[in-house]
Ligand binder design. Structure first.
Ligand SMILES: [Zn+2]
Ligand SMILES: [Zn+2]
Length: 370
Protein backbone atom coordinates (compact mmCIF):
# COMPACT_ATOMS: atom_id res chain seq x y z
CA UNK A 1 0.00 0.00 0.00
CA UNK A 2 1.33 3.41 -0.81
CA UNK A 3 0.57 6.46 1.25
CA UNK A 4 1.06 10.19 0.70
CA UNK A 5 1.20 12.32 3.85
CA UNK A 6 1.30 16.09 3.71
CA UNK A 7 2.67 18.05 6.64
CA UNK A 8 3.44 21.62 7.63
CA UNK A 9 7.04 20.63 6.81
CA UNK A 10 9.04 17.46 6.26
CA UNK A 11 12.61 17.17 7.50
CA UNK A 12 14.31 14.42 5.55
CA UNK A 13 17.38 14.40 7.77
CA UNK A 14 19.25 16.65 5.37
CA UNK A 15 16.71 19.25 4.21
CA UNK A 16 13.45 20.84 5.30
CA UNK A 17 10.63 20.73 2.74
CA UNK A 18 7.93 23.26 3.65
CA UNK A 19 4.43 21.88 2.97
CA UNK A 20 6.13 18.66 1.89
CA UNK A 21 4.47 15.36 1.03
CA UNK A 22 6.04 12.09 2.19
CA UNK A 23 5.19 9.34 -0.27
CA UNK A 24 5.65 5.68 0.66
CA UNK A 25 5.77 2.64 -1.57
CA UNK A 26 4.69 -0.20 0.71
CA UNK A 27 7.24 -0.50 3.52
CA UNK A 28 9.76 1.80 1.79
CA UNK A 29 9.99 5.51 1.12
CA UNK A 30 9.29 6.51 -2.46
CA UNK A 31 10.03 10.24 -2.28
CA UNK A 32 9.48 13.53 -0.50
CA UNK A 33 7.92 16.15 -2.74
CA UNK A 34 7.34 19.87 -2.22
CA UNK A 35 3.82 19.62 -3.62
CA UNK A 36 1.80 16.54 -4.53
CA UNK A 37 -1.60 14.90 -4.07
CA UNK A 38 -1.99 13.39 -0.61
CA UNK A 39 -4.09 10.89 1.36
CA UNK A 40 -3.50 12.33 4.82
CA UNK A 41 -2.96 15.96 5.85
CA UNK A 42 -1.06 16.78 9.04
CA UNK A 43 -0.83 20.47 8.41
CA UNK A 44 0.14 21.38 11.98
CA UNK A 45 2.88 18.76 12.17
CA UNK A 46 6.53 18.36 11.33
CA UNK A 47 7.43 14.96 9.89
CA UNK A 48 10.90 13.68 10.70
CA UNK A 49 12.65 10.31 10.27
CA UNK A 50 11.76 7.58 12.79
CA UNK A 51 14.00 7.76 15.85
CA UNK A 52 16.93 5.38 16.26
CA UNK A 53 17.81 4.45 19.86
CA UNK A 54 21.34 3.07 20.07
CA UNK A 55 21.19 2.30 23.80
CA UNK A 56 18.05 1.08 25.56
CA UNK A 57 17.46 -1.56 28.24
CA UNK A 58 13.73 -1.44 28.78
CA UNK A 59 10.45 0.39 29.13
CA UNK A 60 6.75 -0.25 29.55
CA UNK A 61 7.44 -2.16 32.78
CA UNK A 62 9.78 -4.68 31.17
CA UNK A 63 13.41 -5.13 30.17
CA UNK A 64 14.67 -6.62 26.92
CA UNK A 65 15.79 -9.70 28.82
CA UNK A 66 12.22 -10.14 30.10
CA UNK A 67 9.58 -9.02 27.61
CA UNK A 68 11.14 -7.45 24.54
CA UNK A 69 7.79 -6.95 22.82
CA UNK A 70 6.51 -4.80 25.69
CA UNK A 71 9.66 -2.66 25.59
CA UNK A 72 9.41 -2.16 21.85
CA UNK A 73 5.71 -1.32 22.04
CA UNK A 74 6.34 1.45 24.58
CA UNK A 75 9.20 3.09 22.72
CA UNK A 76 7.49 2.80 19.35
CA UNK A 77 4.57 4.83 20.70
CA UNK A 78 7.13 7.54 21.43
CA UNK A 79 8.57 7.59 17.92
CA UNK A 80 11.44 5.10 18.13
CA UNK A 81 11.28 2.86 15.07
CA UNK A 82 14.76 1.32 15.35
CA UNK A 83 16.04 0.03 18.68
CA UNK A 84 19.19 -1.57 20.00
CA UNK A 85 18.57 -3.91 22.95
CA UNK A 86 21.16 -3.24 25.65
CA UNK A 87 22.00 -5.94 28.18
CA UNK A 88 23.56 -5.13 31.55
CA UNK A 89 26.48 -7.14 32.94
CA UNK A 90 25.64 -10.71 33.93
CA UNK A 91 27.47 -14.02 34.03
CA UNK A 92 28.50 -15.20 30.59
CA UNK A 93 25.97 -18.06 30.77
CA UNK A 94 23.09 -15.71 31.52
CA UNK A 95 24.17 -13.34 28.74
CA UNK A 96 24.40 -16.21 26.31
CA UNK A 97 20.83 -17.18 27.16
CA UNK A 98 19.62 -13.60 26.72
CA UNK A 99 21.40 -13.35 23.38
CA UNK A 100 19.75 -16.60 22.27
CA UNK A 101 16.32 -15.18 23.13
CA UNK A 102 16.83 -11.82 21.44
CA UNK A 103 18.65 -12.95 18.29
CA UNK A 104 15.47 -14.07 16.48
CA UNK A 105 14.01 -10.57 16.99
CA UNK A 106 17.09 -9.10 15.35
CA UNK A 107 16.84 -11.51 12.45
CA UNK A 108 13.14 -10.70 12.07
CA UNK A 109 13.93 -6.97 11.84
CA UNK A 110 12.18 -6.04 15.09
CA UNK A 111 15.49 -5.05 16.72
CA UNK A 112 18.55 -3.46 15.14
CA UNK A 113 20.81 -5.62 17.27
CA UNK A 114 22.11 -6.36 20.74
CA UNK A 115 24.43 -4.18 22.82
CA UNK A 116 26.55 -5.90 25.45
CA UNK A 117 27.10 -3.21 28.10
CA UNK A 118 29.74 -5.22 29.92
CA UNK A 119 30.61 -7.39 31.71
CA UNK A 120 34.06 -5.99 30.79
CA UNK A 121 33.63 -2.79 32.79
CA UNK A 122 35.57 -0.98 35.53
CA UNK A 123 34.51 -1.89 39.10
CA UNK A 124 35.35 1.71 39.99
CA UNK A 125 32.79 3.04 37.49
CA UNK A 126 30.23 0.27 37.57
CA UNK A 127 27.16 2.50 37.93
CA UNK A 128 24.18 0.15 38.13
CA UNK A 129 26.06 -2.96 37.00
CA UNK A 130 26.46 -5.68 39.66
CA UNK A 131 30.08 -5.82 40.89
CA UNK A 132 30.05 -9.62 41.00
CA UNK A 133 29.39 -9.86 37.27
CA UNK A 134 32.28 -7.61 36.19
CA UNK A 135 35.43 -9.20 34.81
CA UNK A 136 38.55 -8.46 32.79
CA UNK A 137 38.06 -9.20 29.11
CA UNK A 138 39.43 -12.49 27.80
CA UNK A 139 39.46 -13.00 24.07
CA UNK A 140 37.95 -16.47 24.42
CA UNK A 141 34.99 -15.18 26.48
CA UNK A 142 34.29 -12.41 24.00
CA UNK A 143 34.55 -14.78 21.06
CA UNK A 144 32.17 -17.24 22.75
CA UNK A 145 29.48 -14.60 23.18
CA UNK A 146 29.93 -13.09 19.73
CA UNK A 147 29.85 -16.52 18.12
CA UNK A 148 26.66 -17.35 20.02
CA UNK A 149 25.18 -14.11 18.74
CA UNK A 150 25.78 -15.04 15.11
CA UNK A 151 26.03 -11.44 13.95
CA UNK A 152 23.26 -10.03 16.14
CA UNK A 153 25.54 -8.18 18.59
CA UNK A 154 26.16 -4.73 17.13
CA UNK A 155 27.90 -3.00 20.02
CA UNK A 156 30.07 -3.87 23.02
CA UNK A 157 30.98 -1.43 25.79
CA UNK A 158 34.47 -1.98 27.20
CA UNK A 159 36.63 -0.27 29.83
CA UNK A 160 39.90 -0.22 27.88
CA UNK A 161 42.15 0.11 30.95
CA UNK A 162 41.30 -3.40 32.18
CA UNK A 163 43.79 -6.21 31.60
CA UNK A 164 43.25 -7.18 27.98
CA UNK A 165 40.98 -4.17 27.41
CA UNK A 166 42.77 -2.74 24.40
CA UNK A 167 43.00 -6.15 22.75
CA UNK A 168 39.29 -6.60 23.42
CA UNK A 169 38.55 -3.30 21.67
CA UNK A 170 40.58 -4.46 18.66
CA UNK A 171 38.87 -7.88 18.63
CA UNK A 172 35.37 -6.37 18.70
CA UNK A 173 36.17 -3.68 16.12
CA UNK A 174 37.87 -6.27 13.93
CA UNK A 175 34.58 -8.15 13.71
CA UNK A 176 32.82 -5.05 12.41
CA UNK A 177 31.05 -4.47 15.74
CA UNK A 178 31.01 -1.05 17.43
CA UNK A 179 33.49 -1.00 20.30
CA UNK A 180 32.36 1.69 22.72
CA UNK A 181 34.37 3.09 25.61
CA UNK A 182 32.37 3.29 28.81
CA UNK A 183 32.04 2.51 32.51
CA UNK A 184 35.72 3.33 32.50
CA UNK A 185 38.34 4.77 34.84
CA UNK A 186 40.90 5.10 32.03
CA UNK A 187 43.29 7.99 31.49
CA UNK A 188 43.21 10.27 28.47
CA UNK A 189 46.16 8.35 26.99
CA UNK A 190 44.56 4.92 27.35
CA UNK A 191 41.34 6.09 25.70
CA UNK A 192 43.39 7.61 22.86
CA UNK A 193 45.00 4.21 22.44
CA UNK A 194 41.59 2.52 22.49
CA UNK A 195 40.43 4.80 19.69
CA UNK A 196 43.61 4.00 17.75
CA UNK A 197 42.74 0.30 18.19
CA UNK A 198 39.24 0.82 16.78
CA UNK A 199 36.92 2.19 19.49
CA UNK A 200 34.25 4.36 17.86
CA UNK A 201 31.64 4.97 20.54
CA UNK A 202 31.39 6.81 23.84
CA UNK A 203 28.87 4.99 26.02
CA UNK A 204 26.80 7.70 27.75
CA UNK A 205 29.54 10.35 27.62
CA UNK A 206 30.10 11.97 31.06
CA UNK A 207 28.27 9.23 33.00
CA UNK A 208 30.27 6.38 34.61
CA UNK A 209 33.66 7.90 33.80
CA UNK A 210 35.99 10.38 35.58
CA UNK A 211 35.07 14.05 35.13
CA UNK A 212 37.15 16.29 32.88
CA UNK A 213 39.74 17.95 35.13
CA UNK A 214 42.22 20.51 33.90
CA UNK A 215 45.21 18.44 35.01
CA UNK A 216 43.62 15.07 34.26
CA UNK A 217 41.38 15.36 31.21
CA UNK A 218 40.62 11.63 31.29
CA UNK A 219 38.29 9.79 28.89
CA UNK A 220 35.97 12.74 28.23
CA UNK A 221 38.51 14.89 26.41
CA UNK A 222 39.92 11.90 24.51
CA UNK A 223 36.41 11.01 23.28
CA UNK A 224 35.42 14.61 22.49
CA UNK A 225 38.75 15.23 20.79
CA UNK A 226 38.52 12.61 18.04
CA UNK A 227 36.09 13.10 15.16
CA UNK A 228 35.84 9.34 14.61
CA UNK A 229 34.02 8.82 17.92
CA UNK A 230 30.22 8.96 18.26
CA UNK A 231 29.12 10.67 21.45
CA UNK A 232 26.15 9.16 23.30
CA UNK A 233 24.28 11.51 25.62
CA UNK A 234 21.41 10.68 27.97
CA UNK A 235 19.32 13.77 27.37
CA UNK A 236 16.88 13.61 30.28
CA UNK A 237 18.12 16.66 32.19
CA UNK A 238 19.17 14.38 35.06
CA UNK A 239 22.19 12.44 33.79
CA UNK A 240 23.84 15.41 32.07
CA UNK A 241 23.15 19.09 32.65
CA UNK A 242 21.21 20.42 29.68
CA UNK A 243 23.64 23.29 29.15
CA UNK A 244 26.37 20.70 28.70
CA UNK A 245 24.11 18.74 26.33
CA UNK A 246 23.64 21.90 24.27
CA UNK A 247 27.39 22.56 24.26
CA UNK A 248 28.21 19.07 22.99
CA UNK A 249 25.35 18.68 20.49
CA UNK A 250 25.74 22.17 19.03
CA UNK A 251 29.54 21.84 18.99
CA UNK A 252 29.60 18.31 17.54
CA UNK A 253 26.41 18.22 15.44
CA UNK A 254 27.74 15.49 13.18
CA UNK A 255 28.47 12.93 15.89
CA UNK A 256 26.23 13.60 18.89
CA UNK A 257 23.82 10.72 19.53
CA UNK A 258 20.89 11.12 21.91
CA UNK A 259 20.08 7.82 23.61
CA UNK A 260 17.54 6.84 26.22
CA UNK A 261 19.53 4.25 28.25
CA UNK A 262 15.99 3.59 29.46
CA UNK A 263 15.13 0.91 31.97
CA UNK A 264 11.83 -0.83 32.66
CA UNK A 265 10.16 2.19 34.27
CA UNK A 266 10.20 4.28 31.07
CA UNK A 267 6.61 5.12 30.31
CA UNK A 268 5.47 3.86 33.74
CA UNK A 269 4.63 5.26 37.16
CA UNK A 270 7.15 5.73 39.98
CA UNK A 271 7.74 2.57 42.01
CA UNK A 272 9.98 -0.49 42.36
CA UNK A 273 11.62 -2.06 39.32
CA UNK A 274 14.59 -4.27 38.38
CA UNK A 275 17.65 -3.48 36.28
CA UNK A 276 19.31 -6.83 35.65
CA UNK A 277 19.43 -8.37 39.13
CA UNK A 278 19.45 -5.05 40.99
CA UNK A 279 16.35 -3.57 42.63
CA UNK A 280 15.72 -0.02 41.45
CA UNK A 281 13.48 2.66 42.94
CA UNK A 282 11.92 5.25 40.66
CA UNK A 283 10.94 8.52 42.25
CA UNK A 284 9.83 11.58 40.22
CA UNK A 285 10.91 9.73 37.10
CA UNK A 286 14.51 9.27 38.32
CA UNK A 287 15.69 5.65 38.68
CA UNK A 288 18.19 4.87 41.42
CA UNK A 289 19.58 1.63 42.85
CA UNK A 290 17.38 0.92 45.87
CA UNK A 291 18.75 2.68 48.96
CA UNK A 292 21.55 4.44 47.04
CA UNK A 293 22.12 7.66 45.11
CA UNK A 294 23.49 5.85 42.04
CA UNK A 295 21.36 6.57 38.99
CA UNK A 296 20.25 3.32 37.36
CA UNK A 297 19.33 4.04 33.77
CA UNK A 298 16.73 6.56 32.75
CA UNK A 299 12.96 6.62 32.30
CA UNK A 300 13.43 8.51 29.07
CA UNK A 301 11.83 8.08 25.68
CA UNK A 302 13.43 9.67 22.62
CA UNK A 303 10.61 12.14 22.00
CA UNK A 304 11.26 13.53 25.48
CA UNK A 305 15.01 13.58 24.73
CA UNK A 306 14.24 15.67 21.64
CA UNK A 307 12.14 18.11 23.67
CA UNK A 308 14.91 18.44 26.27
CA UNK A 309 17.52 19.06 23.58
CA UNK A 310 15.42 21.73 21.87
CA UNK A 311 14.61 23.33 25.23
CA UNK A 312 18.33 23.46 25.98
CA UNK A 313 18.81 25.69 22.94
CA UNK A 314 19.87 23.22 20.25
CA UNK A 315 18.53 24.03 16.77
CA UNK A 316 15.63 21.61 16.06
CA UNK A 317 17.12 20.09 12.92
CA UNK A 318 20.40 19.44 14.74
CA UNK A 319 18.48 17.87 17.62
CA UNK A 320 16.50 15.65 15.25
CA UNK A 321 19.69 14.54 13.48
CA UNK A 322 21.13 13.51 16.85
CA UNK A 323 18.41 10.88 17.22
CA UNK A 324 18.01 9.85 13.58
CA UNK A 325 20.83 10.41 11.06
CA UNK A 326 23.67 10.22 13.58
CA UNK A 327 22.71 7.03 15.43
CA UNK A 328 22.01 5.32 12.10
CA UNK A 329 25.54 6.19 10.95
CA UNK A 330 26.96 5.22 14.36
CA UNK A 331 25.41 1.76 13.95
CA UNK A 332 26.33 1.48 10.26
CA UNK A 333 22.69 1.33 9.15
CA UNK A 334 22.04 2.28 5.56
CA UNK A 335 18.23 2.12 5.36
CA UNK A 336 16.98 4.05 8.38
CA UNK A 337 17.70 7.44 9.93
CA UNK A 338 16.63 9.65 7.06
CA UNK A 339 13.66 9.96 4.70
CA UNK A 340 15.57 8.97 1.59
CA UNK A 341 14.07 7.04 -1.32
CA UNK A 342 14.43 3.32 -0.72
CA UNK A 343 14.82 3.60 3.05
CA UNK A 344 12.30 1.96 5.35
CA UNK A 345 9.18 4.10 5.60
CA UNK A 346 9.83 5.00 9.26
CA UNK A 347 8.65 8.47 10.23
CA UNK A 348 7.29 10.46 13.14
CA UNK A 349 4.82 13.36 13.01
CA UNK A 350 5.38 15.88 15.79
CA UNK A 351 3.12 18.73 16.81
CA UNK A 352 4.24 22.30 17.46
CA UNK A 353 5.35 21.34 21.00
CA UNK A 354 7.31 18.31 19.68
CA UNK A 355 4.82 15.80 21.02
CA UNK A 356 4.27 12.64 18.97
CA UNK A 357 1.09 12.79 16.87
CA UNK A 358 1.69 9.81 14.61
CA UNK A 359 4.29 7.10 14.02
CA UNK A 360 4.85 5.18 10.80
CA UNK A 361 7.05 2.07 10.77
CA UNK A 362 7.79 0.21 7.57
CA UNK A 363 4.83 1.90 5.95
CA UNK A 364 2.29 0.98 8.66
CA UNK A 365 0.85 3.33 11.25
CA UNK A 366 1.96 2.38 14.76
CA UNK A 367 0.31 5.49 16.09
CA UNK A 368 -2.51 6.64 13.83
CA UNK A 369 -2.85 10.37 13.25
CA UNK A 370 -5.84 11.85 15.05
ZN1 LIG B 1 25.73 2.34 31.57
ZN1 LIG C 1 22.98 1.28 29.65
Amino acid sequence: MSLAIRARRVFTGTSVVEGGVLVTDGPRIAEVLPDAPFDVALDDCTIVPGFVDAHCHGGGGASFSGDAEAVLALHRRHGTTSTVASLVSQSLDVLQGQIRELSPLVKAGELIGIHLEGPWLSPARKGAHPAAALRAPMASDIATLLDAADGTVVMVTIAPELDGGLDAVALVAGRGIVAAVGHTDASYEVVREAIARGARGATHLFNAMPPLLHRAPGPILALLDDDRVWLELICDGVHVDLDLVRYVVAGQPGRAVLITDAMAAAGCADGDYQLGDLPVEVCCGVARIAGQDTIAGSTLTLDAALRHAIASGVDWTTAVRALTVNPAAYLGLSDVGSLAAGHWADAVALDADWNVRAVLRRGDWLVEPT
